[in-house]
Design a protein around this ligand. Structure first.
Ligand code: NAD
Length: 472
């Protein structure tokens, strides 16, 4: 049992002033694995003050100095990659393959930010003026639990590359991942206050960060509902706000796609991270003429999908993060039935043989209408809805009939046709015949899936402000 009572402020682990204790259960066993004492508003104020102090020096660093810091962070996080992988599995049941990927990504994003900064012009000309890209100031980085290590590191990497000191608030549901990452980052030996990390409730520590005049920029990843609160809270002090929010991604299978390669990929996208991924392709759109064939394929694969111990490399779907998430997903499966969708595989309750743990049966519905709750809301669990479309226009209409627009997938054997369709989809990213991301390209949502972009040049610029100097 671990027992964390510290925040990382001004270069040291210090006892938190808050006194709320939260117990964390291993979601695969429902056994307690540790407790954390959450920080409060006073802790947040201490962290903001430390970052403000560090900003004075960090804001004047050169590109070379920042690249050096990023490389030190990359190396320090890489050393702890096994611990990051294990924390990801223990704390929210991420299957081992996914947890392994996250643990590598956590260090790789510092290398990516260094590479981006290397070739980026911080000073340039526009007409007779000189434009200087300056750090926007102290950044508040607020992260969810579903890929905590990766989100903490990628936000920190972009902020630091731009020369912004930060106050990082991961989810109160991810203390173990946070602790392991904080220890790794500390080992890099960066100047005190350049980054500060504390856990706390959103309504308390999160709100303090979102309203503080000491914070110039918020980079938030989480739900659309919380993103709206943060945007409203930040406007009073005119904070720059980047929001990476909820998704409800469509996967469109065109009639020329090879189903033997397409369906396994589409299912991997739907059930990635146990369905707890903003980019999960949870709406599968297939030509009506191939619907029966697709359903048969899907049924064959999902029926044999291994659900269980996330440490087992054969496991495809591990447990959901906690009881609340389990109940939420059960609710949506029930609503799918009630609203008239046809259950293809899965359904309510735990999978056979798994009496403990927040395990859900991978569930697939067909005959889903776009007005049903399972079609409109992000379920954040392993639940897939299949829609039949009549022609390409119909597919685009169904895909775009959502308030969200984070990511979409197109599967086709004709690249030009797929690219044409991609241009019509309302999504920040469209992946064609692949589900792996491009980490140097911009990532973010349109519509209510967010504001702004992360990664690469766009992620760097989200922490920069253009200053114009023109003289007679
Ligand atoms: P959440 O919105 O409940 O919480 C996210 C973070 O916001 C947590 O750290 C939380 O403490 C904090 N928070 C809550 N209320 C706050 C407030 N009033 N002020 C400031 N901070 C506050 O989300 P979650 O349940 O942790 O994560 C799941 C959601 O995140 C899903 O909707 C998922 O789609 C989304 N997500 C999006 C992306 C993306 O890149 N678009 C990536 C991962 C997750």
């Amino acid at each position: 049992m671990w027992n964390f009572k510290q925040a990382y402020i001004n270069g040291s682990f210090v006892p938190v002033l808050g006194n709320e204790v939260v117990e964390i259960l291993n979601p695969a066993t429902e056994q307690p694995i540790g407790t954390v004492t959450l920080g409060n508003r006073d802790d947040a104020r201490r962290a903001i003050a430390a970052a403000q102090h560090a900003q004075q020096t960090l804001g004047r660093t050169t590109k070379t100095e920042r690249i050096d810091m990023l490389k030190r962070l990359q190396a320090a996080v890489l050393v702890r990659s096994e611990a990051i992988r294990d924390a990801t599995i223990d704390e929210y049941g991420g299957p081992i393959a996914r947890a392994q990927w996250v643990s590598q990504y956590a260090s790789q994003c510092f290398a990516n930010a260094a590479q981006t900064l290397e070739t980026y012009d911080l000073t340039r000309r526009a007409g007779e003026a000189t434009i200087i890209m300056e750090p926007v100031g102290v950044a508040g980085l607020i992260a969810p639990w579903n890929s905590a290590a990766g989100t903490i590191c990628s936000k920190l990497a972009s902020a630091l590359a731009a020369g912004c000191a930060s106050v990082i608030k991961p989810s109160e549901l991810s203390p173990l991942q946070t602790q392991v990452v904080a220890e790794a980052l500390h080992d890099a030996g960066l100047p005190a206050g350049v980054f500060n990390i504390l856990l706390g409730r959103g309504a308390d520590v999160g709100d303090e960060i979102s309203t503080s005049p000491g914070i110039a920029k918020i980079s938030f990843t989480g739900s659309t509902a919380t993103g709206k609160l943060i945007a409203r809270a930040g406007v009073e002090t005119m904070k720059r706000v980047s929001l990476a929010l909820t998704g409800k991604s469509a996967s469109i299978v065109l009639d020329d796609a090879d189903l033997n390669t397409t369906i396994p990929l589409a299912l991997s996208s739907a059930f990635m991270n146990n369905g707890q991924a903003c980019i999960a392709g949870t709406r599968l759109l297939v030509p009506r003429s191939r619907l029966d064939q697709v359903i048969e394929h899907v049924k064959n694969i999902v029926t044999t999908m291994r659900v269980g111990d996330p440490r087992d490399p054969l496991t495809v779907v591990g447990p959901l993060v906690n009881r609340a998430q389990y109940d939420r997903v059960q609710h949506f499966i029930r609503r799918g039935h009630e609203q008239g969708a046809t259950l293809i595989v899965g359904g309510e309750g735990r999978p056979a043989g798994l009496e403990k743990g927040y395990f859900v049966k991978p569930t697939v519905f067909s005959d889903v209408g776009n007005d049903m709750e399972i079609a409109r809301e992000e379920i954040f669990g392993p639940v897939l809805s299949i829609f039949a479309y009549d022609n390409e226009d119909d597919a685009v209409r169904i895909a775009n009939d959502s308030i969200y627009g984070l990511q979409a997938y197109v599967f086709s054997s004709r690249p030009e046709r797929a690219a044409r369709l991609a241009s019509e989809l309302e999504a920040g990213t469209v992946l064609i015949n692949r589900i792996s991301p491009e980490l140097l390209a911009p990532f973010g949502g349109v519509k209510q899936s967010g504001i702004g972009r992360e990664f690469g040049v766009f992620g760097l610029e989200a922490f920069l402000e253009a200053k114009c100097i023109a003289s007679a």
